[in-house]
Design a protein around this ligand. Sequence first.
Ligand SMILES: Nc1ncnc2c1ncn2[C@@H]1O[C@H](COP(=O)(O)OS(=O)(=O)O)[C@@H](OP(=O)(O)O)[C@H]1O
Length: 299
Amino acid sequence: MDPEIIEKVMQELENYPPGMGEIEGVALLKGVCDVWDTVYNFQARDGDIVVASYPKSGTTWMQEILDLIVQDGDVEKSQRALGFIKVPFLEMGHTSLEVANTMPTPRVLKTHLPIQLMPPSFWEKDVKMVYIARNPKDCMVSYYYFYKMDQTLPDPETWDNFFSTFLKGSLAWGDWFDHVTGWWKARDEHKILYIFYEDMIEDSRRELCKVMRFLGKDFSEDVVKKILHHTSFKAMKANPMINFSVFSESIFDQSVSSFMRKGTVGDWKNHFLVSQNIIFDNEYKKKMEGSGLEFRTEV
Ligand SMILES: Nc1ncnc2c1ncn2[C@@H]1O[C@H](COP(=O)(O)OS(=O)(=O)O)[C@@H](OP(=O)(O)O)[C@H]1O
């Protein structure tokens, strides 16, 4: 991969405009709002594959799985470039769009956009999308640590403050409840495979096979094993192509928290106060009732 492009991505992140903005009432990073017209007019291609999620739901895990499936389980090929280069982050900035536009088909693209903000060309091209969702309690904890280590994000201040901001739907990429239900409702209308992080933790082979079938692929047992091994938490945490260790501390300060932090279900129990858990469960009940969506907070 062209070192100039890597340098350009780094520069873009180093100089990422601080602060937040809004598009159609959804809280987004100012940097995303600044490039919004280009993002919205992005031209999807036949054969594109999208990994979509609310932040901290297992996106990087799924992106690595999708890339390996596209590469027919060839681990060497999947190491051809850094994770954020080979799977461009659609709305992040001009450079990732530039990379996406020069990539050969089939492309795997990442987005955290809520469904109503997806560029229309994805629907026109009937692109296959894998949505990965994670229970909101673990998602919130993971996002809190990410907010603390990602120097391009606003200071999360205290856990208590972060908890309230999450419930208000004001964190970057908006309201978790709207996000997960929006993609859920659209799954029968479009080519969307909805996968749960907790199911992947419970049985990664079963979920990998679902994704393979969705993409029309069938691999030998050896290849399945290779993909599972390469995408295990341990292997990904040790993989410099995917663990974000290439970024300087001025972008991602991993001395505060690792990108590949714990990779478990239930860490929320170490963070939620009893009172917060009651407040959260009440809100969850109100907002999710009738959605048909069920999340597990333990496996
Ligand atoms: N292979 C594998 N197995 C289990 N868990 C994994 C794996 N890869 C990433 N993760 C965990 O996913 C969390 C990061 O989520 P995202 O990749 O969605 O983050 S981002 O929004 O794209 O920045 C983050 O969760 P926490 O550990 O709870 O913080 C990662 O550790």
